[in-house]
Design a protein around this ligand. Structure first.
Ligand code: GRF
Length: 192
């Protein structure tokens, strides 16, 4: 079995779709959920799928390399960030280079970088008068939202769309594509 870890800080709707996708998969399993928020919805979702979860705090994540040991114990091969709001520190990126992806709710390189998360992204897309938006799945590097793009999906943005409308359409595309893109990457890049 190839072991996937999901890192999430929030509601965890993508994490849920990923767990559903791999629930009865023959060669990939979600082996761990990592969150930095005790009240993150993703923790309850992990419980429902019988996936172990751990909480991390700033000090251990940024000032020690302890999390690497935990990931080794769970034999993690690949990491999917799904609404994980901390910048991943260099020691961690180096260890999982080429085996860690993120999903961003806009068509990078537009509308990425510091402060561009959640509704801020969709507000900016609306304010810029964009005619389309959609999620970007990209490799994680040391700079926010700068890793090479792996996959994008597009949906129209109508002049009458609110930020909430855009968010809903983009999220639907995330749910539809993120699990299968992750699956393809694991099959391709994790040799076991
Ligand atoms: C998604 O929009 C994703 O693009 C971004 O964070 C959001 C996570 O949503 N990185 P959810 O917690 O999976 O519902």
């Amino acid at each position: 079995m190839k072991h996937l870890a999901i890192f999430a800080s929030g509601g965890g709707s993508n994490a849920q779709k990923i767990m559903e996708h791999f629930a009865r998969h023959e060669s990939v399993k979600v082996a761990l959920v990592v969150s930095n928020r005790v009240d993150a919805g993703v923790i309850r979702i992990a419980e429902a799928f019988n996936v172990p979860s751990i909480l991390i705090n700033r000090t251990t994540f940024f000032q020690t390399e302890n999390l690497l040991k935990t990931l080794d114990e769970f034999e993690i091969d690949f990491i999917a960030l799904a609404g994980f709001l901390w910048l991943v520190p260099p020691y961690f990126v180096e260890k999982f280079e080429g085996r860690m992806v993120n999903i961003h709710p806009a068509l990078l390189p537009k509308f990425g970088g510091k402060g561009m998360f959640g509704q801020h992204v969709h507000e900016a897309v609306r304010a810029a008068g964009e005619t389309e938006s959609g999620p970007t799945i990209h490799w994680v590097t040391k700079i926010f939202d700068e890793g090479a793009t792996i996959f994008q999906a597009r949906c129209p943005v109508l002049p009458t769309d609110s930020a909430d409308d855009i968010a809903r359409n983009v999220l639907a595309l995330e749910h539809r594509f993120y699990p299968m893109v992750i699956e393809g990457l694991i099959e391709k890049f994790v040799k076991k």
